[in-house]
Design a protein around this ligand. Structure first.
Ligand code: ADP
Length: 740
């Protein structure tokens, strides 16, 4: 090889090596740069990580210290909690899901009186075993195993019922166990000894109080009997004395005696009722009764005092509401008498209106009734509205107050309504009037169809001449509801003009310009034969007027729907008969006097009774005890018997039983009416169940006795009242007994 070539090869090789070197140097440089960058990044990362680590370390430190604080707090809380639990008087323990005791406070453990086994770690069944082994609880006659079994079953229930156990030393523990999360049980053992003893004491006191109340009630019942008996003499004799000839002054004295006696009886009844309600002795005696009639009877009783003050009494009984319900008529009347009586008492002008509306439900078997008694009287201050329903509470507490009363009426009324499951309330504006409301639901009597009697077809247009706005409007509405056209006018001359166009005229007794009978006279003078009915609240004052012959009937205000429609039908019928020839008089029968037997041991009462009967055309025999009554029943064969209940030798109930036995062989049942001074409710049942037909409370009332005689008078006897016109003239007296 030539040198040149060699040199060239070497140069080429060197150049190649130099290029390689350059290349490698460049690579090295690049690698160096990358390395440098990496190193920088790494060192950055290291710096950041270091900072983070420092943060974490700081945080760790903080968490640790927080944890420490929290732990300390928990410890304090736990200590406090245990301190509290340990210091409470009642027992407290925890059990785990296996019913093993986790912890218990000293009170819980103290029951076991130092028994070392009873401590955390013991199971519930071991505790029960210890209890029965050591006789810790008084388990009575229950065998120990049975008792443990019962306690175990209770313990395993999801929510065990609290149970009261008696300790050996007579103390009472109430166990309340509650299952928590995961099956743990918290057990509370409350020492309720004081409460149990207090309750027992209260019960004893209550029994004592009840016994005292019963004694009080019996005392009151006896006292009322004792007061009623002499009262019978006082009121009865005063009644008789009134029928003799007396000077004005004497009449005043006698009527004062009679009124005071009757007022005293009302008070006795109030006190007696209240004491019976107090002692839970008052039971309702449901039977079918006519609510509308009941309201009218109460109104009639109050009519006299209302009329004397010029207060109108109005009854607005929903025309399409049934009237016969099943309830306690006596108690219902008592409630109504109190409310309506108060309304009349506290009203000096205007009116007292009883309104009855209702909704019939359950296929017509019951009605929710809404009865309101509204007056235009003195009203009740708003702050006294609740007060008046309390016992002996009155608005005017002053000794010299203007109105009489015991303040018991509303308290009794409220309780009676509550007994009937009803409600009572009052709305009142002082100086304007009061509105007492009652709501109660009563079964409708199955024999009551609730539909009013239709008007006779000839009555299409009716004229009402009545000055009292509300009364007239009410009548108008009722007649219109029955399909009649009604013209209403207040003045007499207008009535005269309108009467020509109508089929029936209803005239108020007290029209201002022209009295009802004058209008009747004028109409008849003009040969108008339209039926006329007089309405009034004092019909007795015109009963003797011969112009009454010109009218077809009269109706006492407030007019009841039944009476109204019946009287209209009657009046129409009468008017139609006017021109018909009268039937020839029936041949007189041979009549005998009615026979009355009265059994009464008290001499005064016998005297009162015989004086009451003085005016009657009948035969009367007296028996002084039950035995005599039975004997006289046989020999005298009375048509009616009045029977005193408490009599020596044989009482009235016993005598009645004998009489009823004797009657078994015959087909007759002589009416026997009990006369008794007993005002206790239970008596009535006893008396009626002994076979007596009726029950009259003393003092004897002429009207009540006469009504019984009238009711049971046989057809073949002389009318005992031929001579006695006073009976027919005293509807008020008759009502008095009906409600007494
Ligand atoms: P008494 O009427 O015997 O006082 P009540 O219990 O029936 O007892 O009534 C209590 C009181 O309520 C009455 O004294 C009277 O102050 C008041 N009161 C009751 N009803 C009315 C009424 N309609 N208007 C005004 N005040 C009345």
């Amino acid at each position: 090889m030539s040198l040149t070539k060699k040199l060239a090869d070497e140069r080429r090789a060197r150049l190649a090596a130099e290029r390689l070197l350059e290349l490698k140097q460049a690579e090295l440089f690049a690698a160096n740069r990358k390395l440098g960058k990496h190193a920088a990044e790494l060192s950055n990362e290291i710096v950041e990580t270091r900072a983070e680590v420092a943060n974490v370390i700081n945080e760790n430190k903080k968490v640790k210290s927080d944890l420490q604080v929290a732990n300390e707090k928990i410890e304090i809380a736990e200590r406090r909690l245990w301190l509290s639990i340990a210091s409470i008087r009642d027992g407290f323990a925890f059990f785990d899901v296996e019913s093993r005791m986790i912890a218990a406070n000293p009170s819980y453990l103290s029951v076991f009186d130092g028994l070392e086994d009873v401590r955390p770690g013991i199971t519930y069944s071991e505790i029960l075993q210890t209890i029965t082994d050591e006789g810790i609880f008084n388990i009575g006659d229950t065998p120990a195993s049975e008792w443990r079994q019962m306690m175990q079953e209770r313990w395993h229930q999801p929510t065990p019922e609290p149970i009261v156990l008696r300790l050996w030393n007579g103390e009472y523990i109430k166990l309340i166990d509650q299952r928590g999360h995961g099956g743990d049980i918290v057990s509370l053992a409350l020492n309720i000894t004081d409460t149990v003893r207090y309750e027992a004491k209260l019960k004893r006191e209550q029994q004592k109080a009840e016994a005292a109340s019963r004694a009080k009630s019996a005392f009151l019942a006896n006292m009322s009997h004792e007061i009623r008996t002499p009262m019978n003499g006082v009121v009865g004799m005063a009644d008789l004395l009134m029928d003799t000839s007396l000077s004005e002054e004497q009449r005043l004295f006698v009527s004062t005696i009679k009124n005071s006696g009757e007022a005293l009886l009302v008070i006795i009844n109030d006190v007696l009722d209240y004491s019976k309600i107090e002692a839970d002795k008052l039971d309702l005696r449901p039977e079918p009764f006519d609510l509308e009639r009941c309201i009218h009877e109460v109104m009639t009783l109050l009519q006299l005092s209302a009329r004397q003050k010029g207060v109108d009494l109005i009854v607005d009984y929903d025309l399409f509401l049934p009237t016969i319900f099943v309830g306690d008529p006596g108690r219902m009347r008592q409630v109504l008498t109190n409310l309506i009586g108060n309304a009349v008492k506290f009203t000096s002008h205007g009116h007292v209106m009883v309104r009855v509306v209702g909704v019939v439900r359950n296929k017509g078997t019951e009605a929710e009734l809404h009865i309101t008694v509204q007056d235009t009287g003195i009203g009740i201050p708003s702050d006294k509205v609740d007060h008046i329903f309390g016992e002996f509470n009155q608005v005017d507490e002053a000794q010299n107050r203007a109105f009489e009363g015991t303040g018991l009426g509303l308290a009794i009324t409220r309780r009676l309504i509550a007994l009937m499951s009803g409600e009572i309330w009052v709305d009142s504006v002082e100086g304007e009037g009061s509105n007492f409301g009652l709501r109660l639901t009563l079964p409708v009597d199955e024999n009551c169809d609730g539909l009013p009697t239709p008007l006779p077809s000839s009555i299409r247009h009716v004229l009402i001449a009545d000055e009292a706005e509300i009364n007239g409007q009410l009548l108008k509405r009722q007649l219109e509801q029955m399909g009649a056209r009604v013209s209403l006018c207040g003045a007499g001359d207008k009535a005269l003009r309108l009467a020509e166009q109508v089929d029936l005229v209803l005239i108020d007794q007290d029209l201002p310009e022209m009295a009802a009978l004058e209008i009747a006279e004028s109409l008849r003078a003009r040969a108008l034969d339209v039926p006329i009915i007089v309405l009034g609240s004092d019909l007795a004052s015109i009963a003797g007027d011969e112009r009454m012959m010109l009218v077809q009937g009269s109706l006492n205000k407030p007019v009841s729907r039944g009476d109204l429609f019946a009287r209209i039908a009657q009046a129409v019928q009468q008017q139609q008969l006017v021109d018909k020839p009268s039937e020839p008089p029936a041949a007189p029968n041979l009549l005998r006097p009615m026979r009355l037997l009265a059994a009464e041991d008290n001499k005064t009462n016998r005297l009162v009774f015989s004086k009451l009967m003085n005016s009657l055309e009948m035969e009367i025999e007296f028996a002084t005890n039950g035995e005599e009554a039975v004997a006289l029943y046989q020999s005298f064969s009375p048509d009616i018997v009045f029977m005193d209940i408490s009599m020596p030798k044989m009482d009235g109930k016993e005598a009645t039983r004998h009489i009823r036995e004797m009657e078994l062989a015959t087909d007759k049942q002589t009416p026997i009416v009990a006369l008794t001074a007993h005002a206790v409710d239970g008596d009535k049942e006893g008396i009626l169940s002994a076979g007596l037909d009726h029950y009259l409370t003393k003092p004897l009332r002429k009207a009540a006795i006469f009504e019984m005689i009238t009711r049971y008078r046989p057809d073949d006897v002389i009318d005992p009242f031929v001579e006695d016109l006073a009976v027919a003239d005293s509807p008020i007296d008759t009502m008095a007994q009906a409600s007494g």
